[in-house]
Design a protein around this ligand. Structure first.
Ligand SMILES: Cc1cc2nc3c(=O)[nH]c(=O)nc-3n(C[C@H](O)[C@H](O)[C@H](O)COP(=O)(O)O)c2cc1C
Length: 351
């Protein structure tokens, strides 16, 4: 399995997730089998404006490969300059976000808007391709169309045809329309259609992958080359190891309480190194709530994580609930995932 020159050892990838998929989340997942990870969408003009906080949040290290840096923006010129910055920073792949259902800000269309402004999207793709080294893989993040009209579906194909012409290495498609945002179900049959249309191209499938079983089911039902694991990876770095085991026909167990504790300690520590204690405290609160799903006393642990804002708070939740080892539990099926991307998906937090 390859994305351009990048070799992957399993057909799974940790998604770009604004506010979550920083280096800390990526490393915790990689140590548990994640073969490939993507940054959150980074707004091109913020990358261009630089600054110390930004550098800290986009830094990668030796352990954080292969990694795709994802950019979002409106103009070919700023998008291509931002792409160069990430390439020079050591990112293995550059991913263009034509997927986020972000609101138009000051008439600037970006993200999923490219699916109805194909001319602009193609201009961005050409500009980015022209400034990167020929061997640097470029990928696209898309939704299945802007809306449900047939014109809109044609536009997706126009963009993809151009991407292959330009030598793009892969495309990731979320099986919802841009208009749909996160409502309804992701339409996996659109992924089957894409693989049929482009059997020799690398397609990453996305949408409603909440656990390892879903990941394997998407891979098998749709034939996509890679499964993009998004909400299912938040607070569940074991999803990668589990999906790999299921692909091998092996059984899986929920992480034990001590396995959970190890991941929680590691995650906070890495987040603190990147963001400092105060921002790490805020970011980790929502992570802790997601991790809590695997604990035998999930509801009470979740309540305690909601109160966390410092390392001391975090440590005391761990002492209270994670000191004694016990088998973990699978999250209840009715624990529907309400996590939604907000419209500020492209703005990295200053640290
Ligand atoms: C909180 C949140 C933040 C997201 N941020 C990004 C992002 O920065 N870049 C991106 O390409 N997709 C982003 N997405 C979309 C996901 O990567 C994924 O495509 C979508 O959630 C569908 O997959 P799922 O239903 O399996 O979660 C985000 C989604 C959520 C819920």
């Amino acid at each position: 399995m390859r994305i351009g020159i990048i070799e992957l050892n399993a057909p799974f990838c940790q998604a770009g997730l604004a506010g979550y998929s920083d280096r800390a989340m990526r490393l915790v997942a990689r140590r548990r089998g994640c073969p490939y990870a993507v940054t959150e969408a980074l707004l091109d003009v913020i990358l261009l404006s630089g600054g110390q906080g930004l550098k800290k949040s986009i830094d990668i290290n030796d352990e954080d490969h292969p990694v795709a840096g994802q950019i979002i923006g409106s103009e070919p010129q700023t998008m291509s300059r931002a792409a160069r910055i990430l390439e020079q920073h050591g990112y293995d792949v550059i991913d263009l976000n034509f997927a986020c259902p972000v609101k138009k800000i000051k008439n600037k269309a970006r993200g999923g808007h490219m699916l109805r402004d194909v001319e602009r999207g193609i201009a961005i793709m050409r500009a980015v391709r022209s400034v990167l080294k020929p061997q640097t893989p470029i990928t696209l993040s898309l939704r299945r169309s802007f809306d449900d009209s047939s014109e809109s579906r044609d536009m997706l194909y126009q963009i993809l045809d151009e991407a292959w012409q330009l030598g793009f290495s892969a495309a990731r498609v979320h099986g919802r329309t841009v208009e749909q945002k996160y409502t309804g179900q992701a339409d996996w049959s659109s992924l089957i259609g894409l693989k049929r249309q482009y059997p020799d191209r690398i397609i990453l499938g996305s949408g409603d992958v909440f656990n390892a079983e879903d990941a394997v089911r998407m891979k098998r039902q749709t034939g996509v080359d890679l499964v993009w694991i998004a909400r299912g990876a938040i607070g569940n770095p074991w999803i990668f190891r589990d999906a790999i085991r299921l692909m091998q026909g092996k059984t899986i167990q929920p992480p034990t309480v001590h396995e959970q504790r190890d991941a929680l300690v590691e995650h906070f520590d890495l987040a603190m190194q990147i963001h400092g204690e105060s921002i790490a405290g805020r970011r980790m609160r929502k992570m802790g709530i997601k991790y809590a799903r695997f604990h035998p006393h999930a509801a009470e642990v979740k309540k305690d994580f909601i109160q966390v804002s410092s390392l001391t708070d975090w440590t005391s939740v761990l002492q209270r609930w994670y000191d004694t080892d016990a088998p973990g539990v699978w999250p209840a099926p009715d624990a529907a995932d309400e996590t939604r991307e907000d419209s500020a998906c492209a703005i990295p937090e200053p640290s």
